[in-house]
Design a protein around this ligand. Structure first.
Ligand SMILES: NC(=O)c1ccc[n+]([C@@H]2O[C@H](COP(=O)([O-])OP(=O)(O)OC[C@H]3O[C@@H](n4cnc5c(N)ncnc54)[C@H](O)[C@@H]3O)[C@@H](O)[C@H]2O)c1
Length: 384
C-alpha cells in the first residue's frame, strides 16, 4: 500500500494527530492495520472495534493488540458491546464503516471534532440523522470522494466481481453474453472488464441517462426480459431488490449463470428460483447452486451474496490503499480545523482527492505535466 506508506512517513515526521484519541469502527483486516499504522505514526492513540461481526481477521487483531498507542476491542459474539466500549472512551475523531460508532457517540452525547464514514449505507443513515437535527458534529462523506468512486466502485468491483465469477465457475468469458443489470459506478466497471475479457456485453438500466451512456459506450441496451433470453452470465449491481425474478428465470437459457455484486443479497430472487426448481437444487461446485427448472438448469453463485467478497477476496489492497489514504488525509484535516466545520454531512475537499490521485500516480511511477505560466494565465482569463 505505497500511497498510505508515503502518508505514514510524512505523518511520522510532522505528527499532525499528536495526542488525538481516534475511535475506529472498521473491518479488522490487514489493509486496516496499515491505516492504523499511519494514524499511530501521526501521533494518534487508536481505539479499534470491528464494523461487522464476521469480517475480523484474528491474526491481524493479534498483531494490532500488541502495538503501542493501539487498543483493540474485538470480543467474539459481542460486536455491539465493542462499539459501545469505544464510544464510551471519548474518542475525539471517528472513522466509521456503517455509522454504528458515530450513532453510539452521538447517543452518548460525545463531542468529537469530526467523523468520517466509508459506506453508502452509513451515509443514508447519517443524512437522515442530520435532517432530523440529530447529528451534533461534522461527518465527511469519504465514500463519495472521486478517487473512491473511480478506484473502489468502478475498477475495484469491475475486476473483483468478474474474479469471483471466474473462480466459482472456471468459465471462459470470451464468446459469452454477459448481462450487466445496473450501469452505475460499479456496473460500468463490470461491463468494461467483461468486454475486455471478450464477452458480448448487454446492459439493462432504468435511468435513461445511464442507459444512453451505455449505448454510446457501444454496449447493447435492452430491458431485462429481452436480456434474459440472450444472456449466458448475469450480474446484478443496482442496490435494488428483485431485479432478476421468476419472469426472467423462465426465459433464461439452460446453463445460465447468475451472480450479484450489489451490497445486499436481495437483487436475485432466490426464493422464486427455489419455487421454480421442480427438479430440485444441488451444489455442483463450491458456491455454485444448480436450480433444475425441469426444462433448464440455472446456476446461482454464492447464494446471491456479493460475489466479489463471497467467491473472491473483495477489493485488492491497491484499491484500499487509495480509500484509506483519503481517510488519513481527512483525519488530518478535521484535526487541523479543530471543529470549525459545522455539524452535518460534508463532502471532502477536492484538493484531498487530487492529492491522493497525485500520490497514487507517483506510486505508479507516473509524472504529470504542469500548465505553463502562459496556459495558467489563459485559463484564468476565461475563468474571470
Ligand atoms: N461488492 C462491492 O465491493 C461493491 C462496491 C461498490 C458498490 N457496491 C454495490 O453495488 C451497488 C451499486 O452501486 P453503484 O455505486 O454502482 O450505485 P449507483 O446508484 O451509481 O448505480 C446503480 C444503478 O442501478 C440502476 N438500477 C436500479 N434499479 C435497476 C433495475 N431494476 N434494473 C436495472 N438497473 C437498475 C440505477 O438506475 C443506477 O444507475 C450498490 O448496492 C453498492 O453498495 C458493491
Amino acid at each position: 500500500m505505497p500511497v498510505l506508506r508515503s502518508i505514514r512517513e510524512r505523518f511520522a515526521a510532522e505528527r499532525p494527530l499528536a495526542g488525538i484519541r481516534v475511535g475506529a469502527c472498521l473491518h479488522l483486516t490487514a489493509e486496516t492495520a496499515n491505516l492504523v499504522a499511519a494514524l499511530s505514526a501521526g501521533g494518534a492513540e487508536v481505539l479499534l472495534c470491528p464494523a461487522n461481526p464476521l469480517s475480523t481477521q484474528d491474526d491481524v487483531v493479534a498483531v494490532l493488540a500488541g502495538q503501542d498507542q493501539v487498543v483493540v476491542r474485538a470480543t467474539r459474539g459481542d460486536y455491539a458491546g465493542d462499539v459501545q466500549a469505544v464510544a464510551a472512551a471519548g474518542p475525539q475523531l471517528l472513522l466509521d464503516d456503517g455509522a454504528d460508532l458515530i450513532a453510539a457517540v452521538q447517543a452518548a452525547g460525545g463531542t468529537p471534532v469530526g467523523a468520517m464514514e466509508e459506506t453508502a449505507t452509513g451515509m443514508v443513515l447519517l443524512r437522515r440523522m442530520a435532517a432530523a437535527g440529530r447529528l451534533g458534529f461534522p461527518v465527511l462523506a469519504v465514500n463519495e470522494a472521486q478517487t473512491e468512486r473511480s478506484l473502489n466502485d468502478r475498477h475495484g468491483l469491475g475486476q473483483s466481481a468478474l474474479d469471483g465469477i471466474l473462480r466459482a465457475t472456471n468459465l471462459l468469458l470470451a464468446g459469452q453474453t454477459l448481462v450487466v443489470l445496473g450501469y452505475g459506478w460499479a456496473g460500468k466497471g463490470v461491463a468494461v472488464r467483461g468486454r475486455g475479457a471478450g464477452a458480448a456485453v448487454v446492459v439493462c438500466e432504468v435511468d435513461p441517462l445511464r442507459a444512453l451512456e451505455a449505448r454510446m459506450e457501444g454496449f447493447e441496451v435492452m430491458g431485462a426480459l429481452a436480456a434474459a433470453e440472450r444472456g449466458d452470465v448475469f450480474v446484478t449491481v443496482t442496490g435494488v431488490p428483485g431485479v432478476l425474478r421468476a419472469e426472467h428465470f423462465r426465459r433464461m437459457k439452460d446453463g445460465a449463470v447468475l451472480a450479484n455484486a450489489g451490497h445486499f443479497d436481495v437483487e436475485i430472487d432466490r426464493g422464486a428460483l427455489r419455487e421454480l426448481a421442480v427438479g430440485g437444487v444441488r451444489e455442483v461446485r463450491p458456491l455454485v447452486e444448480e436450480f433444475d427448472l425441469g426444462d433448464r438448469r440455472l446456476h446461482l453463485l454464492a447464494e446471491g451474496r456479493v460475489v466479489n467478497l463471497a467467491a473472491a477476496e473483495g477489493h485488492p489492497a491497491a484499491v484500499m490503499d487509495v480509500s484509506f489514504a483519503v481517510q488519513a488525509l481527512c483525519a488530518e484535516e478535521l484535526v487541523r480545523q479543530g471543529g470549525a466545520l459545522p455539524p452535518g454531512v460534508h463532502g471532502i475537499r477536492p484538493a484531498i482527492d487530487r492529492e491522493v490521485a497525485r500520490l497514487k500516480l507517483a506510486a505508479l511511477g507516473i509524472e504529470l505535466d504542469e500548465l505553463t505560466p502562459e496556459q495558467e494565465a489563459y485559463r484564468h482569463a476565461f475563468e474571470g
